[in-house]
Design a protein around this ligand. Structure first.
Ligand SMILES: Cc1cc2nc3c(=O)[nH]c(=O)nc-3n(C[C@H](O)[C@H](O)[C@H](O)COP(=O)(O)O)c2cc1C
Ligand SMILES: CC(C)CC(=O)C(=O)O
Length: 356
């Protein structure tokens, strides 16, 4: 699959091989998909302003985030159900992330248990794994899930807070996609079902959750906590007050509230509110190295990609996910060269202009 040279081509390749129901699940968004389209369109509305003759022959993309390091500021956002894309599921993803020497955020809704994901990343030579959590209303269940992730060796917990209820994907409703096919399950919830006939517990999304639940999580783990899915600057501030060690600006790839702004448009106000106290990450709609550079210039310490990895996995398994990461790495490096900088840290808001 080395003939594929852009993320867009991976999307096309994924469409060609996947069951259309699963392609729609991955690629679709909520309702009219306004936010899904906006996430990408907003990057196109921003332009980059290069500087010239700066004598920067060497570049580095090396990034430090919380207690982790990555070879580049491009990490893997958490996405559910990788076994729908490729037989090895999250094991393939973990190997690809390790090969790229970057951070994989494995999901609570993974089809491979977190311990096996971390083991696969380690066996492939490294790459930190973070664990994405949906807070459960029952603290003992949250505690058990976090304890499994901690024992597995993850180095941060990413708490997704944009999902008091499940987003409404019209494509999924039309396709009748409600359940995983037989044989696949959310392995991180195995054995938590209580009822012996339902050994894999269902993921509970709840509108009952409040900042108190985050306080309880803060009390039960020493791992850094990343708050994922904040849009309002005041929620970023509140998150830090309640113990978050990083903020991830995300609209869940346009899969939750349709009509919420593009994440890159939300980013500057959140960065201002956070005021350097903790790192800010962003995901949604990033398909090119130039998009990565724009997000970094607007204050992100790193960016996450969701669908591109899924498309890579669908098109060519582990190798496809690796290629996706290498395409973005090489595009970002090339963009930095054209901008006249030697590292992401040099970028600031004066490198970006909004087109009229
Ligand atoms: C198929 C799919 C499944 C996802 N599952 C989760 C999940 O389980 N937990 C979560 O926090 N975010 C989930 N997300 C959202 C991603 O973490 C991320 O915010 C989003 O995909 C970024 O946008 P992008 O796909 O345009 O890169 C999912 C996204 C996709 C496309
Ligand atoms: C609720 C999860 C199981 C999946 C998810 O977050 C998504 O598909 O966007």
């Amino acid at each position: 699959m080395n003939t594929l040279i852009t993320i867009r081509e991976y999307e096309t390749a994924a469409r060609a091989v996947l069951d259309p129901v699963h392609f729609d699940y991955v690629s679709g968004g909520a309702r009219d998909e306004v936010t899904l389209r906006e996430n990408e369109a907003a990057y196109a509305r921003l332009a980059l302003l290069p500087r010239v003759l700066r004598g920067n022959p060497k570049r580095t993309l090396e990034t430090r985030l919380l207690n982790s390091r990555a070879s580049m500021p491009i990490i893997l956002s958490p996405t559910a159900f990788h076994k729908l894309m490729t037989g090895d599921g999250e094991l393939a993803t973990a190997r690809a992330a390790a090969a790229a020497d970057t951070i994989m955020i494995t999901g609570m809704a993974a089809t491979v248990a977190v311990a096996d994901v971390v083991a696969a990343a380690r066996a492939a030579g490294g790459g930190d794994v973070w664990f994405q959590l949906y807070l459960q209303t029952r603290n003992d269940i949250t505690a058990e899930i976090v304890s499994r992730a901690t024992d597995a060796g993850v180095t941060a917990v990413v708490v997704t807070v944009d999902s008091p209820v499940l987003g409404a994907g019209d494509r999924n409703i039309r396709n009748g996609f409600t359940d995983l096919p037989p044989g696949l399950a959310c392995e991180n919830l195995r054995g938590l079902g209580g009822d012996p006939t339902d050994r894999v517990r269902s993921i509970e999304l709840s509108a009952e959750l409040s900042w108190e639940h985050l306080d309880r999580l803060r009390a039960l783990t020493e791992l850094p906590i990343v708050l994922k899915g904040t849009a309002h600057p005041d929620d970023a501030r509140l998150g830090i007050e309640h113990g978050a060690d990083a903020i991830m600006v995300s609209n869940h790839g346009g899969r939750q509230l349709d009509g919420i702004p593009a994440t890159v448009d939300l980013l500057p106000d959140v960065v201002a509110a956070v005021d350097g106290r903790v790192p800010v990450l962003v995901d949604g709609g990033i398909r090119r190295g130039t998009d990565v550079a724009k997000a970094l210039a607007l204050g992100a310490s790193a960016i996450g990609i969701g669908r591109p990895i899924m498309w890579g996995l669908a098109a060519a398994g582990e190798q496809g996910a690796r290629n996706v990461l290498e395409i973005l790495r090489s595009e970002l490096d090339h963009t930095l060269a054209l901008l006249g900088v030697e590292s992401p840290a040099e970028l600031g808001s004066d490198w970006v202009v909004t087109k009229p």
